[in-house]
Design a binder for this molecule. Sequence first.
Ligand code: PLP
Length: 395
Amino acid sequence: SFQPSPNITRLKESATLAVAAKARALKAQGIPVIDLGAGEPDFDTPPFIRQAAAKAMEAGATRYTNTEGILPLREAIAADANRIQVQGAPVTASEVVVSNGSKQSLYNACVCCFGPGDDVLIPIPSWTSYFEMVELSRANAVPVLGDPANSLKVTAAMLAAAGTPRTKGVMINSPSNPTGAVYSRTELADILALAAERGWWVIADEIYLRIDYHGDAVSALEVATSRDNLIVINGVAKAYAMTGWRIGWSIAPVAVSKAMTNFQGHTTSNAAAVSQHAALAALAEREQADAAVSEMVAAFRRRRDAVVQALSAFPTVQYVQPAGAFYIYVNVDGFRGAADPGAAFAAAVLEEYQVAIVPGSAFGTPNWIRASYATTDAIAVEGVTRIATCLTAAA
Ligand code: PLP
């Protein structure tokens, strides 16, 4: 029989699976479920990107590429990063490694920088996989709870208090999944300054950077004291509605980039050639790409406004004001006296109101739930209205 290796015994099962399976079962019975569980844009990849991929495929982009990605894409990623005033010298292609999604870049970074005996600070609530990636790197994930009075964000002072001589790094995600919170320029600069002072790695996951409603989101590349200890992660999945193409990347010091390339070379090799060409179009065809991104972000923002407006009818319902990404994080503390209020709420709102959401335990905070509004305006509004109804009925 299968005895799992110690490599994976610390891996937890995805907390989203139970709800997703139940939602599927209800749908199979013909019950219409409002699905606010999704973590991806509901839009199709813009046509000019799909056409560029088809053209590249016909032109022979069907073979292995360099592990670190095709040079034109890495140059386009560097040029894209340099659209802002980055700290220090402009970003070059030698700092860029292309992977099969930002998830892989995050994992490559963890494996290459962290190891046994290291602690890695993870501000919570946080995207599920950070914990698992740090643990798979045989380091310890140390959660640091954000301040409910400040959109559940952490401050440099909170991280400083949580740090020990074993601390080797910190994961930062702004705009945040699951809260939609955005770190201000000073909040982020203070965290980066602390990390530089303590010699910590900063892994900055900027996958939602362009989905920013108030123009507040800043890249760590812009506000870092130094780029020597900084690994910035991004990709095409969320901003360009390209989740299925699986293209992400890292921008890191050359030595780190070389180590990540070596590691990736022994695990997956290069990202799909045709997808790299699709990503190249997304980054290089700026005018078309910016128009597409603006249109999608405007739709997310309109839904954000509609969802917040719908919740204003329920003054007792508390949530984090979403400033970016496409999620709303709602407090369900005390729901029906359950030990895990988020899980109890997820089960109840699905069974009684046919709404699928993700319990906050998936993000390290069981008193909350995450709803995604990457769906039509009407479905998003109906979904959050049912969530608030279920919550206030229980109060
Ligand atoms: N980082 C965060 C915060 C995410 O929410 C996601 C996807 O849900 C990812 C990374 C992974 O994105 P990709 O599709 O580029 O691997």
